[in-house]
Design a protein around this ligand. Structure first.
Ligand code: NZQ
Ligand code: ZN
Length: 391
């Protein structure tokens, strides 16, 4: 196991009606005037926004608001949010929604206290300080409610890039599983896929002797395999939603990722798809992961064989471990298809003729140096080959 320090100071308030505690949470973390940031309207239609405002009113916290965050959030609204936050003199950013609203809120929080262009942070500049962020989560998926990460798409060039800093890690996140019951089945399945991707991206490591985090990841993957089909069959199943919601947070607050190298090639390769086609991140991952894993498998076949046996119940073939490894990848792919995820470019809405462009932007776009690295290092031609495997 590698050396590590783990600092993850988000306060999670979990359970039915927990959104009623939003005002108290904002006050606990020193907020007095809030910018409420949300998406395309689901929180308005469900009545959640009104309940959150009532809780803020009750706690004596005032607010301004900015809706309209799109899935795969864009830089334009971040600039707008930064201006509004300054004009309204807010001291706290509150995201109400999914990963997109939360990531946009994090970008605003960092941008408000920075004299330059907030995009600098998405090109590698360190975020030193930010306004405090809190979240009321409405979809179990991205894990942004407990992560130090934010992913934004710059409209000029459609570059989808991430920034990471403890300064933007939420101070609190309110997790009421019942809020996810209004999700369309497709979005629920996208969330399940993203959660499993966050687990796999950590499982695929070159670090030896990481039994405790291996076993934690396997437990969470097994939970998703159990609860995923239950919630697709019965969207109002609160207990299944509760288990998925907490698994989503645990999958990405890095408690399972400490002390080990991680992969993240599938995420990088997917981000070009959701940037170009505006598909859901989870759906893009469902198409991306089997191709990436098949390509990566030869590098460390025993890692793939291990997850195949321990999670997917495959029989270990000691003479031909690559057969076991491949069976595990196929089992994962079939699981994703069974919950309603796309299996190839066509079903995702991606086009074969765009592959050279996807690979070029992935490896060279917005300051990249020609390769991307994770479990293995890939150049533009290799990335193009992986995209072709998804056709
Ligand atoms: O915009 P509204 O109207 O709220 O609708 C949303 C949106 O259309 C809808 N939705 C959310 N909760 C709902 C609901 N509809 C009905 N009932 C509810 N309870 O679902 C759609 C998707 O929402 P979004 O916030 O985009 O989903 P998600 O949480 O999957 O976030 C995706 C974004 O997060 C990034 C992805 O790249 C993508 O841009 N990621 C962020 C990460 C992070 N910050 O740590 C890590 C991830 O790997 C990921 O890259
Ligand atoms: Zn993800």
């Amino acid at each position: 196991m590698d050396n590590f320090s783990f600092y993850s100071p988000t306060c999670f308030v979990f359970g039915k009606d927990s959104e009623k505690k939003t005002g108290d949470c904002v006050k606990r973390f020193s907020g007095s005037r809030v910018l409420i940031h949300y998406g395309g309207g689901s929180v308005v239609r469900s009545g959640l926004l009104d309940r959150v405002k009532a809780s803020l009113d009750k706690a004596g916290v005032t607010y301004a608001e900015l809706g309209g965050v799109k899935p795969n959030p864009r830089s334009g609204l971040v600039y707008e949010g930064i201006e509004l936050a300054k004009k309204e003199n807010v001291d706290f950013i509150l995201a109400v929604g999914g990963g997109s609203a939360i990531d946009s809120a994090k970008a605003i929080a960092a941008g408000v206290l920075y004299d330059g262009d907030f995009w600098d942070f998405y090109q590698g500049k360190r975020i030193e300080k930010a306004l405090p962020v809190g979240t009321v989560l409405t979809i179990a998926a991205a894990g942004s409610e407990g992560s130090p990460d934010s992913v934004i798409t710059k409209e000029e060039g459609m570059y989808k890039r991430g920034a990471s800093s403890d300064a933007i890690r939420p101070r609190f996140s309110i997790l009421n599983p019942a809020l996810t019951q209004t999700l369309p089945a497709y979005q629920t399945a996208c969330g399940i896929t993203d959660i499993m991707a966050h687990l796999y991206e950590r499982y695929l490591t070159g670090t030896e002797e990481v039994e405790v985090t291996d076993r934690m990841i396997e437990a969470l993957l097994l939970t998703m395999i159990h609860e995923g089909p239950r919630v697709i069959a019965d969207p109002d199943n609160y207990e299944a939603r509760a288990n998925i919601m907490w698994a989503g947070t645990m999958a990405h607050n890095n408690s399972c990722g400490v002390g080990r190298s991680q992969d993240w090639l599938s995420h990088n390769i997917e981000h070009e798809l959701s940037a170009l086609y505006d598909c859901a991140h989870g759906a893009g991952l469902a198409v991306t992961m089997p191709a990436v894993f098949t390509y990566e498998m030869k590098t460390n076949v025993m890692r793939f064989a291990q997850v195949a046996v321990r999670v997917w119940g495959c029989q270990m073939d000691f003479a031909h471990p690559e057969v076991t490894a491949k069976a595990g990848i196929e089992a994962f792919r079939n699981f994703l298809i069974s919950i309603g995820m796309p299996k190839n470019f066509e079903e995702l809405g991606a086009k074969e003729e765009d592959i050279p462009r996807l690979a070029e932007v992935l490896c060279h776009g917005d300051g990249r140096k020609g390769t991307i690295s994770g479990f293995i290092t890939l150049n533009e031609d290799e990335c193009a080959e992986i995209y072709r495997m998804m056709v």
